[in-house]
Design a protein around this ligand. Structure first.
Ligand code: NAD
Ligand code: ZN
Ligand code: ZN
Length: 347
């Protein structure tokens, strides 16, 4: 039997490791993908920090929920793809039939957890391997010429900010301001999405100079150090009115305090980061009619839209690439805040 290498979270509480596994066979209705690129998301650091007791996913778990590759095998009955097709993986797998899934919002599938359906890398075997199984052909989107190294991060670091920002577009009129807190993998794409989808002024906040430099390089009008004074600085820059949108890609108590401290009347606070913080919401705790949302990933149709934006040249994904074998060490570097943009593993 031929084997492959994979980055696995072997046991809850342990460090991820390189393991040798059999190359999987696609069952009926499934697709075998030869992985060409796998992005590394900060969420995995949180997942690997959860306690062993009550860990929600089966282990050992092959990591990686941002994948792109080439179709290498088709299970019985798969007609919509051919071997050799290059595709990106839509990660938030749902049941495909509930009302949310029928609208393309598989990220909000109401039946997935009951049916034991998990995203690749977050329950099912993920993209940090030479091959992976896609449970259904609807969970891939054709690359149509897009580089897999660019496409892999777009499946989450692009799709999640796209979905998060879209709800606020009617508020991001000329003269408005949008604040991006955390200009990492998601945030540097968030800045570009705001620039391309709206005529808003973009202010990026981060604690890392390299991230601030990247944010400016990809189109932020202003960059600020993310500290206790940042909210006041945004208020100053907006003539005391605040920002129509604050997207928090960190999600800790201090960043949410900043968000509440610089959002405008009728503005949106959108919490994407899973940093464990909380935001007290009450009458008077934030300006009038502020809306707070904590969205998760994005819809299938939205991934198609994000890839189209990238193809049009509107998005530049800043990546650092590494061989798959370096995965465990690169997780350490991500944890230490030493990655700028997105780390992408090449199996
Ligand atoms: P990343 O490590 O690439 O980027 C995080 C950035 O935040 C870095 O540039 C870091 O310097 C900066 N940062 C850290 N502390 C800060 C602070 N106090 N103020 C401002 N900036 C600060 O991470 P990522 O992969 O882009 O993920 C961002 C967050 O989004 C993570 O919490 C991740 O788990 C979460 N996430 C959520 C979803 C969702 O669907 N809601 C999807 C993907 C990722
Ligand atoms: Zn992620
Ligand atoms: Zn569903």
């Amino acid at each position: 039997m031929s084997t492959m290498k994979a980055v696995q979270y072997v046991q809850a509480g342990s460090k991820p490791r390189i393991v040798e596994l059999p190359i999987p066979e696609p069952g009926p209705g499934q697709v075998l993908l030869r992985v060409l690129a796998a992005g590394m998301c900060h969420s995995d650091i949180s997942v690997m920090g959860w306690p062993a007791e009550g860990f929600p996913y089966p282990v050992p778990l092959t990591l990686g929920h941002e994948g792109a590759g080439e179709v290498a095998g088709l299970g019985a009955g798969v007609r919509s793809l051919s071997e050799g097709d290059r595709v990106a993986v839509y990660g938030p797998w749902g049941c495909g039939t509930c009302h949310k899934c029928a609208g393309g919002k598989e990220n909000y599938c109401t039946r997935a957890s009951g049916l034991g359906i998990f995203p690749p890398g977050l329950g099912a075997a993920g993209a940090m391997a030479e091959y992976m199984i896609i449970d259904d052909p609807r969970h891939v989107v054709p690359l149509n010429g897009l580089d897999p190294v660019t496409a892999a991060p777009l499946t989450d670091a692009g799709l999640t900010p796209y979905h998060a920002i879209k709800r606020s577009l009617p508020k991001l009129v000329a003269g408005s301001t949008a604040v991006v807190i955390g200009a990492g993998g998601l945030g540097h794409l968030g800045v570009q999405l705001l620039r391309t989808l709206a005529s808003t002024r973009v202010i990026a906040l981060d604690v890392s100079d390299r991230a601030l430099e990247l944010a400016r390089g990809v189109g932020a009008h202003e960059v600020l150090r993310s500290d206790e004074a940042a909210a006041a600085r945004v208020m100053e820059l907006t003539g005391g009115l605040g920002a129509e949108l604050v997207v928090d890609f960190v999600g800790t108590d201090p960043t949410m305090r900043t968000a509440a401290g610089c959002v405008a009347v009728e503005g949106d606070i959108t919490i994407v980061g899973i940093g464990g913080g909380t935001l007290p919401v009450a009458f008077g705790a934030q300006p009038f009619e502020v809306s707070v949302a904590a969205p998760y990933w994005g819809g299938r149709h939205e991934l198609i839209e994000v890839l189209a934006l990238a193809r049009s040249g509107a998005l530049t994904v800043h990546t650092e690439t590494f061989p798959l074998e370096d995965g465990p060490e690169i997780y350490e570097r991500l944890h230490r805040g030493e990655i700028t943009g997105r780390a992408v593993l090449l199996p």
